[in-house]
Ligand binder design. Structure first.
Ligand code: SAM
Ligand code: SF4
Length: 356
């Protein structure tokens, strides 16, 4: 932690430079995942379904079609993929989707993932709609932390953004998570000018009052959704607005991920900013993503993928599966190149497909 109090005007507004780190594969243990830029992959985000009970406007189109069931990994296949990664040194696993809690028998999978040797940090990202009944089973299964999406505290606005969701249910889910003993639960808020930017202060107050963390996310151009240009709002602008109401201290805590954190003075709450546009975070990237149909995407912002499901269904051995995963390190690009021209989708997949 820095000791200085950082006011918004002192915040680093410069885009992160694309400084390619020196390759240092030799520094890492053999049998672990190191890409050609020397970055060590220790974290996977595994999407267990592309389906969802919401249709958030920034994430899905209204008339989404979903994958046929046979194209989606079975729970056993999800477990096998995760186990292969764990044997390659991955210790953190985030379960996501789509909405992971709509996947049938998800608790069965979570119990087994939590028990995998080497996995010491099993976490989940959810829209919270089912959390009031799932909070206790998730805790018992061994899930360590929960991220819950929450873009607004207004019920009518919530319905507009999610097209179908009910705010009250999600609020009950947040309470249930705390009551089940989850700590450092994090809210994820996608920033949209003209939609929810008048609520950032209220959302932070809500988080502070409940000892939750909160991350503000710049909208990413994933999937063909028009009108994003006009809604883009930068992390710097939000930070500046929050700084008028809270004293924020820059923190050098990080999860090896894209968020930069600030502490709210006088509280336990951390405020994160995920800023793919205004602050490139690729140089410390430690993760890859697996879609519900078993595609390994080394980078959220690129279309290159390795298809693990056909391999598994063709009867590959565990060794062959691990070899394939190791080979994917060769296609991990240095970074994404999202621009602020948000109307043209720079990546054709929706976030619900890749797993947020
Ligand atoms: N359904 C769960 C949820 O909403 O938390 C998990 C999957 S969702 C795809 C994961 C995260 O991605 C959510 O926090 C969501 O707000 C975020 N997200 C979806 N589409 C996005 C986009 N185009 N830009 C930025 N974040 C996005
Ligand atoms: Fe569903 Fe999450 Fe996408 Fe919203 S952001 S539509 S809740 S997958």
């Amino acid at each position: 932690m820095h000791n200085e109090t950082l006011h918004p005007e002192n915040a680093d507004a410069s885009p992160g430079g694309l400084v390619v780190p020196m390759a240092s594969a030799q520094a890492h243990a053999p049998g672990t995942l190191v890409d050609k830029f020397g970055r060590h992959v220790t974290y996977i985000r595994l999407s267990v379904t592309d389906r969802c009970d919401f249709r958030c406007t920034y994430c899905m189109s209204e008339d989404m079609s979903f994958l046929p069931r046979q194209d989606v990994m079975s729970l056993e296949e999800c477990l096998r993929v995760a186990s292969a990664f764990a044997k390659l040194g991955v210790n953190k696993l985030r379960i996501t989707g789509g909405e992971p809690l709509v996947r049938k028998d998800i608790v069965w999978l979570l119990e087994r993932l939590a028990a995998l040797p080497g996995i010491d940090n099993l976490v989940i990202t959810t829209n919270g709609s089912q959390l009031d009944r799932f909070a206790v089973p998730l805790k018992t299964a061994g899930v360590k932390r929960i991220n819950i999406s929450l873009d607004t505290l207004k019920a009518d606005r919530f319905k507009e953004i999610t097209r179908v969701g009910e705010l009250a249910k999600v609020l009950r889910g947040i309470e249930a998570a705390t009551a089940a003993g989850f700590r450092r639960t994090k809210l994820n808020t996608v920033m949209m000018r003209g939609t929810n930017d008048d609520e950032f202060v209220d959302l932070l107050r809500f988080a502070v009052a409940r000892q939750l963390d909160i991350s503000f996310i710049e909208e990413m151009p994933l999937g063909d959704i028009h009108g994003r240009n006009s809604t883009y709002i930068s992390s710097e602008e939000t930070l500046e607005r929050l700084g008028r109401h809270f004293t924020l201290r820059a923190s050098d805590e990080n999860s090896g991920g894209p968020a930069r954190y600030w502490r709210v003075d006088g509280s336990e709450t951390r405020v994160g900013f995920i800023s793919p546009h205004s602050h490139n975070f690729c140089d410390t990237c430690n993760r890859v993503r697996i879609t519900a149909r078993g595609e390994l995407y080394p980078c959220l912002g690129h279309n290159d993928a390795l298809h693990l499901l056909p391999l598994m269904r063709a009867g590959c051995s565990d060794d062959e599966l691990r070899q394939a995963i190791v080979s994917s390190m060769g296609i991990k690009p240095y970074g994404h190149d999202f621009t602020q021209q948000m109307d043209a989708p720079q990546v054709v997949r929706f976030m619900s497909m890749t797993g947020g």
